[in-house]
Design a protein around this ligand. Structure first.
Ligand code: ASP
Length: 358
């Protein structure tokens, strides 16, 4: 009887152990599979032109066509560079510059206005091969903030420059300087006036800033721009450029120039560019969190972007989205707003351009 009991105990232990081993083997297998997806694109590019309350019913056919054609023009510039063997850095910069030069987007030419009626631009760039990065904040007279961010990375020992100093650096490096009036657009100025009008009439407490950002998000169409590219050498680069949020004050800086929030790139994982309510993106470290989930939890790009945007950011109360592209050429658009101007192109030249939720 004693022997029988021992045998039963032995059998139970063995079964127990086997089950545990099988479970952990299964887990390992699934994580390894997730991490070792096959390369599906030798090169690829993905962009956004901002996320927000972008609804079909508020958009004329002409405006929609204008946005789509600018997105197409921009992404094709970067795609051609990648196809010809150019670097992801060049592709990201040139693609973003097309959008910075368009008044349609809240970046460069079409930047939104601060509370005092000025335009203060932010941008950042990251190189996934070296993990080098450059960023600028509160720039008022440099035509291409993304170019300046890249210059900070390549030509200075710093990562982030701001305000007047960033402008001096830009001049020293021979970048194109413009009169601040270059950034004036009637549409954005009116949007500031509308918000300030509401500020006078509707709100009289300290929560004004938050409330106006909220109102802006609900009522305005945003337009920060961003791009992530993978080149034929397997190098990922990501960049983001913005005018920030309408009616911002006190030198407010959002997530766009913050490496890890607005922009991140790592050849081992992915590249990310964010757009949305910056304060939440900073607190959530959105772009880095996506990369970290891929690196430490072996998540796929889709799983990581979904968790960060639909789960973590949403729970915190943040709104916005990301475009992301991984080392194997998988691409992901993820947002929790009504729409996000966005486009992607793979190495076969397949072009996707979308604005609203499916
Ligand atoms: N994230 C930008 C900011 O907070 C705004 C945006 O993407 O719409 O400055």
């Amino acid at each position: 009887m004693k022997k029988f009991k021992l045998l039963i105990t032995f059998l139970m232990l063995t079964v127990g152990c086997t089950t545990t081993t099988e479970n952990s083997e299964t887990d390992n297998k699934s994580t390894i599979i997730a991490n070792q997806q096959e390369k599906i694109n030798d090169f690829a590019i993905i962009i956004h032109g901002g996320a927000g309350t972008i609804l079909k019913k508020n958009m004329s056919d002409e405006k929609e066509a204008e946005y789509k054609s600018k997105l197409e023009e921009a992404i094709k510039v970067g795609h051609a560079i990648l196809k010809n063997g150019g670097t992801s850095q060049e592709a990201v910069m040139k693609t973003i510059q097309v959008m910075e030069e368009s008044p349609l987007f809240n970046a460069g030419k079409g930047a939104v206005f601060t509370n005092s009626g000025t335009n203060e631009l932010d941008a950042s760039f990251m190189d996934g091969k070296t993990l080098n990065a450059g960023a600028v904040a509160g720039v008022t007279d440099v035509k291409s903030p993304i170019e300046l961010a890249i210059k900070v990375m390549t030509d200075s020992e710093h990562v982030m420059l701001s305000g007047a100093g960033a402008s001096i650096f830009a001049k020293e490096k021979g970048l194109e300087i413009v009169d601040p009036s270059y950034f004036y657009t009637e549409r954005r100025f009116k949007s500031l006036e509308r918000i300030k009008e509401r500020e006078k009439t509707e709100l009289d407490h300290d929560d004004k800033t938050a409330a106006f950002y909220d109102a802006d998000i609900k009522n305005a169409k945003f337009g920060t721009v961003g791009c992530v590219a993978l080149d034929k050498d397997g190098n990922i680069a990501a960049g983001t450029s913005t005018g920030g949020m309408t009616n911002k004050r006190w030198g407010r800086i959002g997530d766009a120039p913050i490496i890890g929030s607005g922009t991140y790139a790592n050849n081992l994982t992915c590249g990310v560019s964010s757009t949305g309510w910056g304060e939440y993106f900073i607190r959530s470290q959105v772009a880095y969190d996506i990369s970290a989930q891929m690196e430490y939890q072996q998540k796929t790009l889709k799983q990581a972007t979904q968790d960060v945007i639909q789960n973590k950011l949403t729970k915190l109360g943040g709104t916005g989205g990301v475009v992301a592209l991984d080392k194997n050429g998988y691409m992901s658009f993820e947002f929790n707003t009504a729409g996000m101007y966005r486009a992607s192109m793979n190495d076969k030249g397949d072009l996707v351009i979308k604005i609203y939720k499916e």
